[in-house]
Design a protein around this ligand. Structure first.
Ligand code: ADP
Length: 630
């Protein structure tokens, strides 16, 4: 029989497994059992509609059997089974597994220490069995197929597949356990009490019975009353797991560590969830939900690989791994499980989308998540800020999406960095502190808070002591534009030409006519600017640019990045600080050396562009210009 080679990426992982020094080798059992349970889920679902199977939910089970003499541990399930292609695709490579890419990315990072941690965090499925087994045989027959197959591998040099006999549908995984070494005791994986303990520890919530024939000892009946009772061995099949899914247990009975563990295993998370939400609802619809808010952004969160959705069970039978309808787009980070008795079991995927009960559950879940986040924001600010760091961008997208339909629900969950508080604040907090004479909620846009701090446009607001919200993410400004106002206060960009601030009267009085200067600069710059005006907001800087009309500079930058051909351009208004030395010098030069005055105007305009973070139209021309003045 020809030996097949493992796909190269699998081989690497396999090597890692075989030579693993990982101390928790025991997790292999959890992985094998969890695969068995998944396989049963699939057949159990089919059994609902296929009467010829003659199976009901109660018939499904997972069996463990340890044989010390043969050194084998066998895990048998009556799940869906595998055909030849499945064996090749599923056990010849791990690339089919969704977590593969992540596992690979992680294991490419640095050293073996990281590799070892991945095993601990995720388990690596079937392959982890090679941590304890020197040989693995899989005997399996798939639902709908007449042929059974035997897959065998003794490790990294490959595997064989051949036809074989097997009565029913299902899979047997036979592990030939490694011999003990000086450092490692493998015999323990053949001990029934050890196996029992492992099932209890890692697989207790598996919803099908995990049974094992346990060797026990009892007093022989006929020696019961004698002085020297004799003992005899007997065998009894025991169910090792309690089978109560974790989401069916009252929250008070479940230690947080168990939720954490469940979350990490089920959703392949590296870290503990930031928040665990347990709800049991009885009424129009009856369901239990166990929801998790992750503590960090999944690596693929903003890619199309990431699938939102919750696992959906109908009275303990898995309907779908990913029911998208259960979470709204703006809460797509939520992971978890919903179990309801109100769904018809053989509901089709298409019907699911329109199911009235499901819709109600989805609405409840949305409200629940919103309330939980609100409570976190109010009671545990530190955790909320962590959450917002991971998923704040998502909430902002949520505000912008669907023409602002969700803004009322989301606006109070937003945080923006505040210029005066030097930390993230809510819109409510901002408005609560607004000064009496303050008309608008001010915001300023830039790459970083430090960059915005340095913007001349923000000088006036700063000197007046007005708080500004800093927009440092591309979606920020769109978010505020979609909101338009908060508690009847409109948002106003610090870059706007009109900040709604009254001129100081005294300034009005000794106002001199500057038309000549402003006209001169406008004529010099021509179409580059829409207007040249005397600045009301500059204090120590000579010039700045502000945007007129609906388009801001940040939007210009954004659109030019995503749609360079559209030529989106904000209308530029050049503001001059008339009390600044540089501007005054330029003004006096108009009389004495007009060419030089023009050069000054050009240089000042270029500086305004630079400060606004906009590209210079012609950098080398600018350099020449500056050099000619030196
Ligand atoms: P994962 O479970 O993350 O997909 P595994 O390496 O554990 O990765 O398993 C690979 C695949 O092999 C599974 O997705 C499943 O399709 C198949 N498989 C493993 N064990 C069984 C089993 N007992 N019955 C049916 N299919 C199985």
């Amino acid at each position: 029989m020809a030996k097949m080679q493992f796909k190269s990426e699998s081989k690497r992982l396999l090597d890692l497994m075989i030579n693993s020094i990982y101390t928790h080798k025991e997790i292999f059992l959890r992985e094998i059992i969890s695969n068995a349970s998944d396989a049963i889920d699939k057949l159990c679902f089919i059994a609902l509609t296929d009467d010829t199977l003659g199976m009901t939910r109660a018939d499904f089970k997972i069996e463990l059997k340890a044989d010390k003499d043969a050194r084998t541990l066998t895990v048998t399930d009556n799940g869906i089974g595998m055909d030849k292609d499945d064996l090749e695709n599923n056990l010849g490579t791990i690339a089919s597994s969704g977590s593969y890419q992540f596992k690979q990315e992680m294991s490419e990072k640095e050293d073996a220490q990281d590799d070892i941690d991945i095993i601990g965090q995720f388990g690596v499925g079937f392959y982890s069995a090679f941590m304890v087994a020197k040989e693995i045989t899989v005997i399996t027959k798939k639902y709908g197929s007449d042929t059974a197959w035997k897959w065998h591998s003794a490790g990294a040099d490959g595997y064989e597949i051949e036809e074989c006999d097997r009565d029913g549908i299902g899979t047997e995984i036979i592990l030939t356990i490694k011999d003990n070494t000086e450092d490692d005791n493998y015999d323990e994986f053949l001990e029934q009490y050890r196996l029992q303990g492992l099932v209890k520890r890692y697989s207790d919530y598996i919803r099908y019975p995990i049974v094992m024939e346990m060797k026990k000892s009892r007093v022989k009946e006929d020696t019961k009353d004698s002085d020297k009772p004799e003992y005899e061995d007997y065998y009894e099949t025991e169910t090792l797991n309690s089978m109560v899914p974790i989401w069916q247990r009252p929250k008070k009975d479940v230690p947080q560590e168990e939720y954490d563990k469940f979350y990490q295993e089920k959703f392949m998370a590296m870290d503990k969830p930031l928040k665990t939400i347990v709800t049991a609802v009885e009424g129009v619809v009856t369901y239990k939900a166990l929801l998790f808010i992750p503590a960090s952004t999944p690596y693929d969160y903003y890619t199309k690989e990431y699938k939102k959705g919750l696992q959906l069970y109908s009275s303990g039978v898995l309907i779908t791994d990913n029911c998208e309808e259960l979470v709204p787009e703006h809460f797509r980070f939520v992971k978890g499980i919903v179990d309801t008795a109100d769904l018809s079991l053989n509901i089709s995927r298409e019907m699911l989308q329109h199911d009235r009960h499901l819709l109600t559950i989805a609405q409840n879940i949305e409200k629940k998540v919103q309330r939980e986040l609100t409570a976190m924001l109010q009671n545990d600010r530190e955790t909320y800020e962590k959450f917002f760091k991971a998923f704040g961008r998502q909430l902002k997208y949520g505000v912008v999406s669907d023409y602002g339909m969700h803004k009322d629900e989301l606006q109070d969950l937003l945080l923006f960095y505040s210029s005066t508080e030097k930390k993230p604040v809510t819109l409510g907090e901002y408005v609560g502190r607004m000064k009496e004479e303050q008309k608008f909620i001010y915001f300023a846009t830039g790459e970083t808070a430090a960059a915005i701090d340095a913007l001349p446009q923000t000088e006036l607001l700063r000197s007046k002591g007005f708080e500004m919200l800093y927009c440092t993410e591309d979606v920020d400004e769109f978010t505020l534009q979609t909101l338009m106002s908060y508690k009847d206060k409109r948002f106003c960009s610090a870059m706007n030409d009109d900040l709604g601030i009254e001129n100081d009267e005294q300034q009005e009085e000794d106002k001199k006519d500057n038309t000549a200067l402003l006209t001169f600069v406008k004529e010099t710059l021509g179409d580059k600017v829409a207007e040249v005006v005397e600045s009301k907001k500059l204090v120590s800087h000579p010039v700045c640019l502000t945007a007129k009309g609906g388009i801001s500079f940040e939007m210009e930058k954004y659109f030019n990045a995503v749609q360079p051909d559209a030529g989106m351009k904000a209308q530029r208004v050049l503001e001059l600080n008339l009390s600044h030395k540089a501007v005054q010098t330029m003004e006096s030069l108009i009389q004495t050396d007009i060419d030089k005055a023009r050069k000054y105007a050009e240089v000042l305009y270029s500086q305004a562009l630079l400060i606004a973070g906009l590209p210079l139209e012609n950098p080398s021309e600018y350099t020449d210009l500056v050099c000619s003045l030196i």
